[in-house]
Design a protein around this ligand. Structure first.
Ligand SMILES: *Cc1c(COP(=O)(O)O)cnc(C)c1O
Length: 376
């Protein structure tokens, strides 16, 4: 019999999600408005340094609204991490603006503050001051925010934190997403907690979040009929999805602890294999370890792809790290600043199965398979 499939990261429901969804049905709040949506925003605010919160249909729509609130318009430039998922950058294009991609540094794999500053200087010399910076906290690891915020504030450019993968992580004890003008979260099915699909925009500016909710519900002016003086969007989260989210928020801390445990387990068990290395947390950085990622050394006889295929043969899903945006066909004409660190990471890095619902047996099976791949 074939071994059961082990997924990279699959949804992991707690005890109360179904109860809250049933409540939503009983109350007939099957709409993008309702008590579960309000409570979900309240509870998300509590764990996000009491920021104002707009719960939305996706993390992508949260980034889009943040760009609109920062007045990003046609032909503007927006700086963005290159090493990320395309959803970080796509909303820049929705606005008709142009992404400028920044390489990673090798400590956290996130935006390099030096390359960021070089990019800003170059663009200002070309008389196009970037309108905003989208910094991604990849795989849950915080970016070097003190340095990045220092550069951004020197040039007075607002920052959007893409914490889609970073809910539950902290930077010097502050939740990711809460450190700058705007933060975004994703509750897609593969993230650390999920509402099946969903996201949120957070900010300490109450007016911005009010405006975000207005834009997310088709920008209806105050009138008894339907009156519109701006283009709106249908970006609000459903009350039913929010009901799932209420239950998921209750178990977020457990999920973070479990994913960190899985990371430590891999690190300990694979420590004998010299070809495999892990990313450490710098002092003050606390990662939710959404996905455990490894680098295979460049001189290893077993390549990243060999390992991935070996795991696949054994019905274990693993995946190369994100392909940098400046190497993507859709973004090939965009500017890029850096020294090819992200390219290196993409070539040699692999995401290992990290779901909080994996059993000890699952993890043992993965580790045995990895060890066996390197014994050959
Ligand atoms: C998942 C993800 C997003 C997009 O979130 P959705 O809710 O899927 O729209 C954005 N950025 C990063 C880094 C992500 O991993």
């Amino acid at each position: 019999m074939k071994n059961k499939k082990i997924w990279l990261s699959s949804p992991h429901m707690g005890e109360n999600e179904f109860k809250y969804v049933t409540q939503a049905f009983d109350l007939n709040w099957i709409a993008p408005v309702g008590p579960h949506l309000n409570d979900f925003e309240k509870n998300l605010s509590k764990i996000s340094d009491n920021k104002y919160v707009a719960a939305l249909g996706s993390g992508t729509s949260a980034i889009h609204l943040a760009l609109i609130l920062l007045d990003v318009e046609r032909d503007d430039e927006v700086i963005c991490s290159s090493f990320t998922f395309s959803a970080s950058a796509n909303p820049i294009i929705y606005q008709g603006a142009k992404p400028v991609f920044i390489d990673s540094e090798m400590d956290t794999w996130n935006m390099c503050p030096e390359s960021l500053e070089l990019a800003i200087i170059d663009r200002i010399e070309n008389r196009i001051k970037p309108k905003a910076i989208i910094v991604v906290h990849l795989y849950g690891m915080p970016a070097k925010m003190n340095e990045i915020i220092e550069v951004a504030s020197r040039y007075n450019i607002p920052i959007i934190e893409d914490a889609a993968e970073g809910l539950g992580s902290t930077y010097y004890n502050k939740p990711l997403g809460s450190l700058t003008e705007f933060g975004i979260y994703s509750f897609n099915g593969n993230k650390i907690i999920t509402t099946s699909g969903g996201g949120a925009l957070i900010s300490s500016n109450e007016d911005s979040i009010k405006k975000a909710k207005f834009l997310a519900t088709q920008a209806r002016d105050h009138a008894p009929h339907y009156e519109h003086s701006q283009i709106g969007y249908n970006y609000r989260l459903s009350n039913v999805s929010a009901a799932i989210g209420l239950g998921q928020l209750e178990v977020l801390q457990d999920r973070v602890e479990r994913r960190r445990q899985i990371f430590e387990h891999y690190q300990k068990e694979l420590s004998d294999i010299n070809e495999i290395s892990f990313v450490e947390e710098p002092d003050g950085f606390y990662s939710n370890r959404w996905l455990t990622t490894v680098l295979i050394s460049a001189n290893s006889k077993v390549s990243r792809e060999d390992l991935r295929l070996n795991l696949e043969l054994n019905n274990i899903e693993s995946r190369p790290l994100w392909k940098p945006m400046h190497l993507q066909p859709i973004f090939s004409s965009c500017k890029y600043f850096g020294s090819n660190n992200a390219e290196y990471l993409f070539k040699y890095g692999l995401c290992l199965p990290s779901g909080s619902n994996m059993t000890e047996n699952d993890i043992a099976r993965i580790i045995t398979n990895i060890k066996r791949s390197f014994e050959k």
